[in-house]
Design a protein around this ligand. Sequence first.
Ligand code: IMP
Ligand code: MG
Length: 180
Amino acid sequence: MAIIIKDLIEVFSNEQLQGRITKLAQEISKDYKDQRVVAICILKGAMYFFTDLTKQIQIKELIVDCMKVSSYGSDIKSSGTIKFELDNSVDIKDQHVLIIEDIIDTGRTMAALSQHFYQKGAKTVEICALIDKKECREKAIEVKYKGFDLSKGFIVGYGLDFDDKYRNLDTIYEAVIEES
Ligand code: IMP
Ligand code: MG
């Protein structure tokens, strides 16, 4: 089935995104004040969110790292299989890990990643997601730091893609889809 994006409707302006990100950075800075944290960017979707957020976090020691996983391919639904395409490189044994993700949908990616970091010996693992989309949630996961709730829809921009397109837009849009 071919999926065509017919239109883009603004959902979160860049101003709204930046305002919320500043608040999240303040919350994270307060909670981890005297700690060392390994913040892991989940590529590629979280890259813009990650850079804007981590620049504003003020704690004792912040280590940045990244990891690449994928579950969507060229579709607007999760394939159900999570591919680990690139692992992180910092040793996270006994570390506080903060996973930074663009959007949570079924919750499978975050459930798998939390388990992955605990297996590597992390002391704590918390999730920070810009968008929490509950429509298709399958795994109960706790999102400690959340930007916005979204009840439904497929969104693009500010890192979020359809078939690797639209990531560079500085606003988040709902994609109006036509399937043929
Ligand atoms: P989950 O494992 O189903 O929670 O999948 C989460 C991943 O699916 C996110 O990291 C995104 O890459 C992708 N995703 C989920 N919803 C959307 C969306 O509305 N737009 C773009 N990507 C999405
Ligand atoms: Mg992602």
